[in-house]
Design a protein around this ligand. Structure first.
Ligand code: CTP
Length: 396
């Protein structure tokens, strides 16, 4: 759990700071909020307080606010600070070192990394003054996230939208963990595989790929080079990740084996189809021709079991999707497949597992006795915990 200071300056996107605070709390960060006076015209102090769990600071010279936590204490407290939205006026103040309000003063006193997420009208953003201020800040090591392009609240279209909350969360986590995976090449498989029956039909499963994609994203944020072998899913490629799309188990096996030499860590999060159709029909199977259709299925190669003998110094992590006796089955799978860690999840649960945004897992270590439980949380958070455990095992 880290300490995140969220700064809010006065723009229409200030309401999105509420989602950012919620997202940070969900990922179990401690959050404190400091705003400009104008920010409170857009979003109430009460909302920010309820979401963060702490009184909000907005005034530099308020005796009651200063006695709670002084602005210098707040700057010292933070492991990272993010100002979202950052208005043109706020960026100008900190670019020039002006300490004329609480938020700018905190930013001057801050020693932790500072992230700013600009949001404003497109013409204000493009103005040479704003661009020069952003240049100054970037050169000073301030991380600038966005803005995005799109429809703006002021009616204009163009650059100036606050980036998505996920991107803000990503920037915070990257700043908190700049590189515990530096030098690692992480190969992740994700999603289901699809085994063709005929030119239009496939056999597949309910895996959404979200867990594998979250692992790829988190590993990239920690400085790893990431190769993501993805089955057929519609998820966007996480920032900084090299993606290879595959359909069938055979294609996934080929892609994994091709990338294996480069990898130092392999995480097999994909739900590989265990069987494929023995003979794929060349033409679409017509309904009239048969009342009962029997498909002959052949067992697919077990990619994980096959790569273990070639593992060398690599750390190999498998997943166990179970619907009953989860730990017992996962222990047996760890043993049978010979990987270093196995991540077990109960895919029969409605709230976690396949095709939802949350997961709850057990990470089983060598021998199956060493079990780390990760209670239900966002898949990004679960991915972070899995990577923490992999790091421990590699460093042991
Ligand atoms: N796996 C694999 N190749 C397969 C099947 C599974 O590499 N043909 C990998 C998965 O990516 C996962 C692990 O093996 O990391 C366990 O997958 P799971 O589907 O839980 O287990 P199975 O080996 O298929 O066993 P069972 O279906 O009997 O539970």
């Amino acid at each position: 759990m880290s300490r995140v200071l969220v700064g809010v300056s006065g723009g229409i996107a200030a309401y999105k700071a509420c989602e950012l605070i919620r997202g940070l709390r969900t990922r179990e960060h401690e959050v404190r909020v400091a705003t400009t006076q104008n920010a409170l015209r857009f979003v109430s102090s009460l909302t920010l307080q309820a979401l963060s769990g702490h009184a909000v600071r907005s005034e530099l010279f308020s005796l009651s606010q200063e006695s709670e936590i002084s602005h210098i204490e707040l700057a010292d407290w933070a492991d990272v600070a993010i100002v979202a939205p950052a208005t043109a006026g706020f960026l100008a103040r900190i670019a020039h070192g002006m300490a004329d309000d609480l938020l700018a003063t905190i930013c001057l006193a801050l020693r932790a990394p500072l992230i700013v997420a600009p949001a404003m009208n497109v013409n204000m953003y493009r103005h040479p003054a704003t661009q020069a201020n952003l240049d100054v800040l970037a050169k000073r090591g301030v991380r600038i996230v966005g803005p995005d392009r799109g429809e703006l609240a002021c009616g204009w279209e163009g650059e100036g939208r606050l980036v998505a909350v996920e991107e803000l969360l990503g920037a915070v986590e990257q700043a908190l963990d700049p590189g515990t995976y530096q030098g690692e090449v992480v190969l992740v498989t994700a999603g289901p595989t699809a085994e063709a029956v005929d030119p239009v039909r496939v056999l597949t499963n309910r895996s959404s790929g979200k867990m594998g994609f979250a692992l790829a994203e988190q590993a990239a944020r920690r400085g790893a080079e990431v190769i993501l072998v993805a089955g057929p899913v519609g998820l966007p490629t996480p920032y900084g990740v090299q993606r290879m799309n595959v359909e069938s188990a055979a294609q996934m096996q080929q892609a994994v084996m091709d990338a294996l030499d480069r990898a130092t860590i392999v995480i097999m999060a994909a739900a590989v189809a265990d069987y494929r159709v023995a003979e794929r029909a060349r033409e679409k199977i017509k309904r009239e021709t048969q009342d009962v259709l029997t498909l002959e299925l052949l067992r697919n190669p077990d990619i994980l079991a096959e790569l273990v003998p070639r593992k060398g110094g690599r750390t190999v992590v498998g997943f166990a999707a179970e619907t009953e006796r989860v730990l017992e089955n996962a222990r047996a799978k760890l043993e049978r497949k010979g990987c270093d860690l196995i991540v077990a999840n109960d895919v029969a649960r409605q709230d976690t597992g396949f095709d939802v945004d949350r997961n709850a897992v057990w990470i089983l270590g060598p021998g199956g006795n060493d079990v780390v439980e990760v209670p239900a949380a966002a898949k990004q958070e679960v991915a972070a915990r899995i990577l923490d455990r992999i790091r421990q095992v590699r460093d042991a």
